[in-house]
Design a protein around this ligand. Sequence first.
Ligand code: FMN
Length: 439
Amino acid sequence: MTEQQGPGPGRTRQSAIYRRGTLGQQPRVPTDPDELEARAHKEMSAKAWAYVSGGAGTGASVRANRAAFDRWQVVPRMLHGTTTRDLRSEILGTSLSAPVMLAPVGAADLVAPSSDLDIARGAAAARTPYIFSTQGCAPMERTAQVMGDVPWWYQLYWSIDEELVDSFIGRAEDAGAKALVVTLDTTMLGWRTQDLDLGSLPFSQGIGIAQYTSDPRFLRIVAERVAAAGDAPSPLEGTKGAEKVRAAASGARTLLSQSRRHPGDTRDNLRSPEPRAAVETFLDIYSNPGLSWSHIETLRERTQIPVLLKGILHPDDAQRAMDLGVDGIIVSNHGGRQVDHSIASLDALVTIRERVGPEPVVLLDSGVRTGADVFIALALGADATLIGRPHIYGLALDGADGVRDVIDNVIAELDLTMGLVGAASIAEITKKAFLTGPA
Ligand SMILES: Cc1cc2nc3c(=O)[nH]c(=O)nc-3n(C[C@H](O)[C@H](O)[C@H](O)COP(=O)(O)O)c2cc1C
């Protein structure tokens, strides 16, 4: 798609949109990122919107991610005669047609049914790698099938059950993952005020636990718990009158949601303690608050595929990761969802690249909204960027096509930016050549 025989992805996309405009058709997925968000908001339930758009605490980290991009300005060069651009690169053996991948996003069924499969369809249509979440809504093996020959990576949340960790890694390798991304920043959920104020946690509805309920090790743990539990107390105990009626109705909806999402027949599931036990088991074991460097050290023996650590923000942590021999890092503050008043990812990228030098693989996410943002991140030392919330907004607006459109729009703008400023390849995008900003 981005090999430069024709006019390039930017002009091609622009022309297609303007041509449809002559027929009175406007894009279903807005190219303006604020409009994209606003239109997606209208399509989403209150709980979905809270979960996807929300940040930790006051939302300062979400705002900081955007403010960091606004502090840099691009300085275009003129009369450079750049007519073709090469957007391709290779990251740890994964070929990219443009330096863009889809970030792992869990529980996206809140936004649209079959979310992961539609995201995979959109990613594959745009020939863009997708990082599957451990908190995904379809078993990784099914999503992998949809990706076809387009590469995908697997994101791991480190469970307190080490056998489950090995099971996830083994399944990802068997299903064809090209790299393993270990997310470090979510050893516990952040203080997510928008979700808290709705009392909404997708996982308790059984949303976002499909990697677990398709895992033999996880199902064994659930079966052991069911056998050990006997008669669990009713969650209605201690409630009375109207409150009891409301709680019973809500409990029934939760049970139905859990049963629908659990493998097997929904009617059988409704009569079984397993769906509820699966949710409770997930909540108990999905993450390890004690995760430390000693866990990461074990990875070399546990997998053959490249390993990246996601969530690194401090240069000392970046250096330590390199010293341990990990293959790459993803600079990320999880879209501002974990720690309020966190350093912006883009600011962290600058100091991290300075520390680790030009060689190590460093990716960036959090706040990337446009092709110009990708350009700035590359100039500041990122090898590639991940697109997070915007692809979920595309999903909300137009399913798989919406995901594809969001990716295509970002790549189109990156291509046009490169052509306008005079960068013929990804390697030519440097801070020295094209940016001005904080000293
Ligand atoms: C709704 C939602 C769910 C997410 N789930 C995961 C996840 O399961 N695993 C993970 O490593 N990161 C997860 N992230 C973080 C993203 O991978 C990425 O770091 C973040 O979206 C980047 O910020 P941005 O979307 O504002 O650009 C999630 C982000 C959102 C918005």
